[in-house]
Design a protein. Structure first.
Lengths: 83, 432, 376
């Protein structure tokens, strides 16, 4: 089993970020100074419900779109994009 | 993944945990499935110092013989005795699907916040009260940030206290219910709920956080993200700069799975008898979906359901008196925190109601029903499947929603196909 | 109780009824439309919304081609919520046998004046990168398209009202015939002509009508712009639409303007309940995955069912009934209701007001089923 450090290194929109283990991707996106998604009429949006039902926190993780960041924990070398 | 249980519990919040613990005492095979990475639901979410009650129940769950399926999201109930679930979290190509079979089912699906639209409510950093709390427990730094807590319900106090203790500058709690109703609420409180609420108020007073009543946000302002909130009290209106707005108007039950299973709904809640049985055979329901009544009630109902489902009927019967006492809290909450009709006037014509499809309230006003509005404006046709805008339009227009169809939440197309049935022959022209 | 006099009363404000209302009102006919629920809320709401030319028979080709051209002429007037997208159709061939069918269709469509293009395996892969490789090729019909049916029905109805038509809703027709329509609120409408455009519900007004419900399933996804660029149909679709008795599925996906993908299609007779049938849903999805392996990874937001109105010979019923001159039909469009709504409306209005129709009405006339028609 790989050694677990107390922090995780990932990238948000290409910029590196280090967060404590157990941080959600939603929190990481906010810590990176970004917002999660852009609405269909072009408004910036961020998490609303924090529990996986509003879908406002969706981001692209490792190339996979529509991931609910409030329910996903940051992992090492994750590539998070907020298109 | 296929699993079979004598008793399957959906939801690992207080009600689900209590049900699992008590059911397992009978020796029956018990499973509990929940879409979050760890148990606790919303109110006992990890990442914060836990109340004694929570710690005790978590220890009992650890010690019990219960198979815990954390990180699985139930999306369909194709036939009696079978639930389909999909791995939640990062959806990889190999994301597996689970067929969960049961003899008895206990639904402990909890509740979610009600969001009401007002100008600026879609700005980043405007969140639910539970929403901001969840983000903070998920690692969002809040120390030194200015937070305005608004809306309605005891959750506001809990969240404000929590955030204040983590170092947030909570500029105030703005409860829409008038003081008179809250005072009378305080008088009707007893036992555990009373202690809880007094506790929150004390913690807030200690940090100098003001609680205002009869007030609500009328607009959120900012360029690209929240910068300030305008609140109104009577005829007075003033602007408060802040970094986060934690705003939710009480709770609505998560009824989707009960409805899919055909459980009878009365007055907006799942109808159950004294043993938490629903109108659908072998299906029980416990906690917020039967009435918004807080943690104590959810625990008791969970215990009763777990005992009843596992045949421990006498033990279940013994809890009925305690249960009745907690039921009072449902009515008390409803009356105290009833929503002011003036909240219906907050949206401007261009204020969005459906956030998934960006539908403004002006587009909705010409329609007579949820279904008409959905078809012609696309309100409710986004991935949240009407969970956010449905609760809002129920309050704004009195609309009730369609019946429920699978998937209960968006799921991968591959998961819909009976959890990954064998690939069909691409050259075959088989009619069924 | 209220009584009124009309030139034409149309039962049903689905896309066919709405199109008929617009055409009749524009020609100065005093037109009333009766709708029991919401505009375009029945089969119209459940459909994929394709505008497609099909050559199952010369009569089907004539009506679909005529209608496709009418839609194209409307394109600039349609508002954004109709989501009209002239994306074209690709009839996909999986093997050499189907490729022969592609070539046959190419010449058959050419004879009807419908431009098409044959794509070989490489050209198809380039046109639609998410289709599995290799496929044999495809027939591109560039003038086909898709739209959002409830939006289209609502627009047609709005235009009809501007042109003078009157909409009575929510009202149900209790009886219709011999120039008289009775509604559930007791009102009586006297009409020179009554048009039954009630779709799958048409037999309720006229028991014995040779229309059967043909259930279908559809899935819609979250937004994946560019994943699918054309409407995609397997050539086996024709076998599915042909089959009179069996349950069947066929690969048929289309893009929406929104970037969402609609995945279909299925056909069942004698399935009256609107609940999702998991066996059929699975078969439909697996068929789609066989052509488009990556589609399994897309997020499905919603699954629903609907009932097409099917006649025994796969052609709609358009025109007067043999026993009652006042009672007309505009129904039985099966999976081509959206496409042929406009052509149907022209045929109805031409027959009512005199001009020779652009295509012969004969093949769709109800009297071809004489003996099995009666009215309430």
């Amino acid at each position: 089993m790989p050694e677990r450090t107390s922090s995780v290194a990932l990238t948000v929109n290409g910029a590196p970020l280090r967060v404590p283990r157990g941080t959600t991707v939603a929190a990481a996106v906010l810590m990176a100074g970004s917002h999660a998604r852009t609405s269909i009429t072009g408004e910036p949006r961020g998490p609303l419900c924090g529990m996986g039902i509003c879908f406002e926190c969706r981001v692209t993780i490792n190339g996979l779109p529509h991931q609910k960041s409030c329910q996903i924990l940051c992992e090492s070398r994750m590539d998070v994009q907020t298109p | 993944m296929n699993a079979r249980f004598h008793i399957l519990i959906v939801g690992a919040g207080p009600a689900g945990i209590a049900a699992a613990v008590r059911a397992s005492e009978s020796g029956a095979s018990v499973g509990i499935v929940d879409d979050n990475p760890a148990p606790g639901g919303q109110i006992w979410r990890r990442g914060a110092p836990q109340l004694t009650t929570a710690r005790r129940w978590f220890r009992r769950l650890e010690a019990a013989t219960v198979e815990r399926l954390q990180g699985w999201r139930v999306f369909d109930a194709p036939e009696p005795g079978l639930l389909l679930a999909e791995r939640s979290g990062l959806a990889s190509e190999a994301a597996p699907c689970a067929e969960l079979r049961y003899d008895k089912l206990i639904l402990a699906t909890g509740a979610r916040e009600r969001f009401l639209p007002f100008p600026g409510w879609t700005l980043p950093n405007v969140m639910g009260a539970g929403g901001l709390d969840a983000l903070v427990r998920g690692g969002l730094p809040i120390e030194g940030k200015r937070v305005l807590v608004a809306g309605s319900g005891p959750l506001l106090l809990a969240v404000a206290a929590e955030l204040a203790e983590r170092g947030a500058h909570v500029v105030g709690v703005f409860e829409q219910a008038p003081l008179s109703r809250l005072l009378s609420f305080g008088l009707h409180l007893s036992g555990q709920p009373a202690k809880l609420i007094q506790g929150f108020r004390l913690r807030l007073a200690t940090r100098g956080v003001p609680i205002s009543t009869g007030c609500w946000p009328v607009a959120a302002h900012g360029a690209g993200k929240l910068e300030a909130v305008t609140v109104r009290r009577g005829t007075r209106q003033w602007q408060i700069p802040c970094d986060y707005l934690a705003c939710g108007f009480h709770l609505v039950p998560n009824l989707e799975l009960p409805m899919l299973l055909g459980c009878r709904i009365e007055n907006g809640f799942v109808m159950t008898n004294d043993f938490q049985s629903t109108s659908t055979s072998n299906v029980y329901c416990a906690g917020e979906p039967t009435g918004i009544g807080g943690v104590e009630r959810a625990l008791i109902e969970g215990e009763i359901a777990g005992l009843a489902a596992s045949g421990q009927v006498d033990a279940a019967r013994n809890l009925r008196r305690t249960h009745r006492a907690t039921n009072k809290f449902v009515r008390v909450l409803q009356q105290a925190f009833a929503l002011d009709p003036r909240l219906r006037e907050l949206p401007q014509p261009d204020t969005l109601v459906c956030r998934c499809e960006d539908v403004p309230i002006a587009a909705l006003r010409e329609h007579r029903s949820w279904r008409d509005a959905k078809l012609l404006t696309r309100c409710g046709m986004g991935p949240c499947q009407g969970r956010i805008c449905g609760a809002a339009t129920a309050f704004l227009f009195g609309w009730t929603q369609d019946s429920v169809r699978p998937p209960l939440l968006p799921a991968r197309i591959a998961s819909l196909s009976a959890c990954g049935a064998a690939q069909s022959n691409p050259h075959g022209k088989d009619a069924l | 109780m209220a009584e009124s006099v009309w030139d034409v009363v149309i039962a049903g404000a689905g896309i066919v009824g709405a199109a008929c209302a617009l055409e009749c009102a524009q020609r100065g006919l005093r037109t009333a439309v009766i709708e029991q629920s919401g505009i375009g809320s029945g089969t119209t709401a459940a459909g994929m919304g394709h505008i497609v030319v099909m050559d199952d028979s010369p009569a089907q080709m004539a009506l679909t081609r005529y209608s496709q051209q009418l839609w194209r002429a409307l394109e600039d007037r349609l508002p954004p919520n109709v989501e009209f997208d002239p994306c074209g159709t690709l009839w996909v061939a999986a093997d050499d046998e189907e490729m022969a069918e592609v070539r046959r269709k190419h010449s058959s469509y050419a004879q009807a004046g419908v431009p098409t293009e044959i794509l070989d395996s490489e050209a198809l892969a380039e046109a639609e990168p998410h289709l599995r490789r290799p496929l044999a090729g495809a027939l591109l019909v560039p003038e086909d398209g898709v739209l959002y049916p409830p939006g289209a029905a609502a627009w047609l109805m709005r235009e009809a009202i501007h042109a003078g038509a009157s909409l009575h809703t929510p009202r149900a027709v209790v009886s219709a015939g011999k120039g008289t329509v009775r509604l559930d609120d007791g009102a009586t409408l006297h009409a020179a002509h009554i048009v039954n455009a009630a779709g799958a519900d048409a037999p309720r007004l006229m028991p014995g009508l040779p229309i059967r419900k043909r259930k279908g399933h559809l899935v819609v996804t979250d937004r994946y712009p560019g994943f699918v660029r054309h409407q995609l149909v397997e050539l086996g679709y024709l076998k599915s639409a042909h089959s009179v008795t069996a349950d069947s599925v066929a690969f048929n996906v289309q893009p929406r303007r929104t970037g969402q993908i609609i995945l279909g299609s299925s056909r069942q007779f004698d399935a009256e309940c609107s609940e999702v049938d998991h066996r059929i849903l699975t078969a439909m999805i697996e068929r789609a995955r066989a052509y488009m392996p990556g589609i399994g990874d897309l997020q499905a937001i919603r699954v629903w069912t609907g009932f097409r109105a099917a006649t025994p010979d796969k052609l709609p019923l358009i025109g007067p009934t043999p026993e009652d001159e006042s009672l007309w039909l505009a129904t039985g469009h099966e999976g081509l209701g959206i496409t042929t709504s406009l052509g149907t409306a022209k045929l109805i209005a031409d027959a009512l007001t005199g001009p020779t129709p652009a295509i012969p009405l004969d093949p769709y006339l109800p009297h071809r089923f004489a003996g099995s028609l009666a009215h309430a």
